[in-house]
Design a protein around this ligand. Structure first.
Ligand code: GRG
Length: 300
């Protein structure tokens, strides 16, 4: 994780993110079956993708939102890990030949390249279902848990990420226009990021006003994250040695539609909106404030 340079403060975000990433990885290790568990092929395939070195941004946001409203990260750990499993499933399926047809992910062969297409499809399916099993285990009153399960299902399914993905796949036909771009980015990416924030807050017993401010925050950082990703991709399209950006399919992007400068300005504006939504929160929301900046300043 690169050190944050533009946002020097007594709170070190890079140290915080590194610590949180380690905690998430230890919890994932605890929740997931070991390599030698039967049926080994599928367990090895989903572990390969889960432990491939992601930033763990969604679980970190989930924990930070719980803490911002006075809860603990321990109590929301199952839900935090659940959103990471769901995210990993989406990456495995997105890389498949029928979708983006990417040979590499996070700098190593994508799941279907390492384990074959059938096993990769099943590994994604297994992570998707396991994520909902895990969400059901959060240490919170059952009404909150059920609400979170429903919200995450909305964010991940046809109303959210799947809906965004299908419109994205179709955009060769529909062409580039601002409404389509906004639909794709808010559904394919921002929905799960916002749901990760809301899940942590709901499980921790956020009050209505707190939850609505955190929703503004989650939607803003979610969209800012995807715009920043588009900007990074625009600058690294030649980085095909890892295949992470090999662009086998033309994507509809912010820089493609608005240009780099305007895209950067929009991402900055969203980061500002996200920080503004946390005005009435105390210092417990500091990590969320810093993450909003990190999202637009990140370099990978
Ligand atoms: C297959 C249902 C289905 C959906 C796929 C999430 C997604 C939709 C596709 C992945 C490819 C892509 C460009 C997604 C946009 C969101 C995004 C930038 C994902 C990468 O998230 P990071 O940067 O990944 O958090 P790490 O590797 O850090 O976990």
């Amino acid at each position: 994780m690169r050190p944050v340079t533009k946002t020097d403060s007594p709170f070190s975000l890079s140290a915080y993110l590194a610590r949180r990433k380690k905690i998430v990885e230890e919890a994932l290790e605890e929740y997931l079956p070991g390599e030698d568990m039967f049926p080994q092929e599928i367990v090895r395939a989903f572990r390969y993708s889960v432990f491939a070195g992601g930033k763990r941004l969604r679980p970190i946001l989930c924990m930070a939102a719980a803490e911002a409203v006075g809860g603990t990260s321990d109590a929301v750990m199952p839900a935090a890990c659940a959103v990471e499993l769901l995210h990993t499933y989406s990456l495995i399926h997105d890389d498949l030949p029928a979708m983006d047809d990417d040979d590499f992910r996070r700098g190593r062969p994508s799941c279907h390249r390492a384990f074959g297409e059938a096993v990769a499809i099943l590994a994604g399916d297994a992570l998707l279902t396991e994520s909902f099993r895990l969400m059901a285990e959060a240490a919170a009153p059952s009404g909150r848990v059920v609400r979170v399960i429903r919200e995450v299902a909305d964010a991940a399914g046809w109303r959210g990420m799947v809906g965004g993905q299908v419109v994205d796949l179709d955009c060769g036909k529909t062409g580039m226009n601002p409404d389509t771009l906004h639909y794709i980015h808010t559904h394919k990416t921002a929905a799960l990021i916002a749901a990760s924030v809301r899940a942590g807050a709901i499980l921790a017993g956020a009050r209505t006003r707190e939850l609505s401010m955190l929703t503004v925050y989650g939607n803003a950082v979610g969209l800012a994250f995807q715009i920043a990703d588009d900007i990074l991709d625009a600058g690294t399209d030649q980085r095909t040695s890892t295949g992470d950006t090999q662009e086998s399919r033309k994507r509809i992007t912010y820089p493609g539609l608005y240009g780099i400068a305007s895209s950067k300005a929009q991402a900055e504006k969203l980061a500002g909106e996200a920080a503004g939504a946390l005005k009435s929160f105390d210092t417990k929301a500091e990590p969320l404030r810093m993450i909003a900046r990190f999202i637009v300043e990140r370099e990978d």
